[in-house]
Ligand binder design. Structure first.
Ligand code: BF8
Ligand code: SF4
Length: 662
């Protein structure tokens, strides 16, 4: 313990240029406190450790012991690895492994949710119930399960068996391909990229990326698409749908985001990670009168539960639980000294959190058998007796509250916004309860009030100024009448910036603003966590089905971006959007060398095959330009550019009239 304290407190050499590394006020304030306290964060470590340039270009291979081999980024075809592997083989294999890991993460999460569902419907997990029967029936019907006149149990059992195929099926097509627009699915079949089952695809991609197997980058990219599609239309979609069925489908809810949600007089508990079951049970624990009594007896005014990262984004959307910040704010939030306990499960949990929490006396708990951290207390979470774990976390938090060792400083920033726009709610919101549909959305796109739709998602990363790229990009998009949908850490960045409020419509272009004001919605819609990117896929499928915007997802005037990505999951998400037909732009860095055939395939070739394509830009305005150009190109192809031009002409006309009469 003493050792670890020393480690976290080791001398910080250079001074961190705080305003250059973050635009989040709370994070900046805590980074100033970090300097006073003599602790370091990922911001400091990123400054001290330059990214490896060869790795950044994906020009190295360590897939066997004849290597590791290192090619030249400047002259990528100058040499090969010892086995003769070219730069295209090496980079595509590395990329494939990222897709494999990202897909494995989402699908394992989804599989956990499916197992919980099975336990619930079979009466083995009494703590959770089916909360949303309608959603259960809708999901079942969407994949061809008979629902008319059948009981919940029967439908649920069939749904479980059908969805299990998402993972375990060895032949055929995963169940949710039934939701894919016909023409998109035909394209996948033609290219041989329809996923069979996630386990099969991940196994095959690992095999193909072994030394001496698939050494044709085009063939490898096909398996990247097939695997990634088993994530987006498979594991991630199962995670979203089952979580909605068990815990409720989100509808708009007003909630606060940022560190100002911490309360000095209360026991503060943060849940950070990804799977919603831990959070659901801790919500039950903090509302337990017995535990509330214990908190009061310890001198606290109550128990204050907050989320971070995706666990937080999910319950922010579903229940309006306040959110303390995104990925790069997790270490800074510990520096407040106000966090009595932090419980984590899987994914995006930086190892540094364990020693850092010791510096502040924060009780830090790992809960998932897949994700232990050396030096952290492990209190295992079991779905069939979840309160054993979550009650213990709450009790330990109360203990820490009683003897808070460190000085508490809570940044006073808090931004209220509307969250929880599920695809179902978008349907209802635009169409009303009697004619709920995507027709109004499509109409507004066709008549040009809305130019298109963009998904802006993903992480924050200490290699770029935190939140800056997200916020500037989204502002630029809505200014150009592009409706923005969001998930994950990006959603939190925009929430902090105040863009999740309906009155943020003043920042939108005239057309989008008019639509937002008519409906009473913000120009930026928060959909939840990263697995909830599947909601964007479903919305895209619905836009195609509704009609007037082409026959496949690739025809839609839509685009995606992960401006500050860092995780392998982001690469899997990017690849499933690209394979689904969406132009997807990443920031920060991209693991290819521009002049290679592999790069050209991802950035141009896939689109020629009828899929989407990748894009890259570091600057938010350049990123927006790429996305707007693409959306315009799609409008052009659909023959709906004219409507928009006419509208712009009307607007110019109006402005002229106004100027003349002034
Ligand atoms: O799945 S956005 S930093 S928290 S990877 Fe991680 Fe990235 Fe945040 Fe959630 Ni998504
Ligand atoms: Fe080098 Fe080939 Fe081995 Fe990779 S697989 S380390 S390129 S010899």
């Amino acid at each position: 313990m003493v050792e670890e304290k020393k480690e976290a407190k080791k001398e910080v050499k250079k001074e961190l240029p705080i305003s250059e590394v973050t635009t989040c006020k709370s994070t900046a304030q805590m980074l100033r406190k970090a300097a006073e306290d003599g602790v370091e964060t990922a911001f400091h470590r990123a400054m001290e450790m330059k990214a490896c340039p060869i790795g950044a270009d994906s020009a190295c291979c360590k897939h066997c012991a004849m290597g590791p081999c290192r090619l030249s980024s400047k002259n990528p075809y100058e040499k090969t690895g010892v086995c003769g592997a070219t730069i295209d083989t090496i980079a595509s294999r590395n990329f494939a492994r990222m897709v494999a890991c990202g897909t494995a993460s989402h699908t394992d999460h989804g599989m956990t949710m499916l197992e919980v569902f099975r336990g619930v419907i079979r009466g083995e997990i009494p703590d959770y119930q089916i909360k949303d029967e309608q959603k259960l029936r809708d999901v079942a019907a969407s994949i061809g399960i008979e629902v008319e006149g059948r009981g919940v149990k029967e439908v649920a059992e069939d749904l479980y068996h059908e969805l299990e195929k998402t993972y375990t099926q060895v032949e055929g097509e995963i169940p949710f391909t039934k939701r894919v627009p016909k023409k998109t699915l035909e394209k996948w079949r033609e290219l041989g990229i329809v996923p069979r089952g996630a386990m099969r695809e991940i196994m095959e991609i690992m095999h193909r990326s072994h030394m001496g197997v698939d050494q044709d980058y085009e063939n490898m990219v096909k398996q990247c698409s097939r695997t990634a599609l088993a994530d987006g239309w498979g594991g991630a979609m199962v995670a979203t749908e089952i979580s909605d069925i068990l815990f409720g489908t989100p509808t708009p809810v007003v909630a606060g985001v940022d560190m100002g949600n911490l309360e000095e007089g209360k026991v503060n508990i943060i849940v950070h990670g990804h799977e919603p079951n831990l959070f659901e049970s801790i919500i039950a624990s903090v509302n337990d009168p017995k535990l509330l009594e214990e908190a009061k007896a310890a001198g606290a005014a109550g128990i204050n539960l907050l989320g971070m990262c995706c666990s937080g984004a999910e319950v922010l959307s579903r229940h309006g639980v306040p959110h303390a910040g995104n990925f790069m704010s997790v270490e800074p939030v510990l520096i407040t000294g106000a966090v009595d306990a932090m419980a984590v499960d899987v994914q995006c949990i930086q190892q540094a959190l364990a020693p850092l929490s010791k510096c502040y006396g924060t009780r830090f708990f790992t809960t998932n058998p897949r994700a232990k951290i050396e030096g952290a207390d492990h209190v295992e979470f079991h779905e069939n007796r979840p309160r054993e774990c979550t009650d213990k976390v709450v009790r330990m938090a109360i203990e820490r509250f009683k003897s808070r060792p460190a000085k508490v400083v809570i940044p006073q920033n808090k931004s209220l916004g509307v969250h929880g726009f599920s695809h179902e709610y978008v349907n209802y919101m635009l169409g009303g309860s009697f004619r709920s549909s995507y027709v109004p959305l499509n109409d507004n796109i066709i008549n040009g009030r809305i130019r298109g739709v963009a998904g802006v998602v993903g992480c924050t990363n200490p290699r770029v100024r935190q939140d800056y790229v997200h916020v500037e990009l989204v502002k630029e998009l809505i200014k150009n009448d592009i409706l923005v949908v969001q998930t994950g850490c990006s959603q939190i960045a925009l929430a902090k910036a105040g863009l999740m409020k309906p009155d943020a419509a003043v920042l939108a272009g005239d057309g989008l603003r008019e639509v937002c004001e008519t409906v009473g919605m913000p120009p930026v819609l928060g959909l939840g966590s990263c697995v909830d990117n599947s909601r964007i896929l479903i919305a895209c499928a619905e836009m195609v089905r509704t009609g007037g915007l082409g026959e496949s997802i690739a025809d839609l005037p839509v685009a995606g971006a992960a401006p500050e990505w860092m995780s392998e999951k982001a690469i899997a998400i990017g690849q499933y959007f690209v394979a689904s037909g969406v132009f997807t732009v990443f920031g920060v860095t991209f693991p290819t060398i521009t002049e290679t055939k592999f790069h050209k395939l991802l950035f141009e070739g896939l689109e020629k095959q009828g899929l989407g394509k990748w894009g890259f830009a570091v600057d938010p305005y350049e990123m927006a330009r790429l996305m707007i150009d693409h959306i315009n190109k799609k409008r052009e192809a659909l023959g709906i550019m004219a409507a928009r031009e006419r509208k712009l002409f009307d607007m110019a006309d109006r402005q002229k009239l106004e100027a003349e009469s002034a």
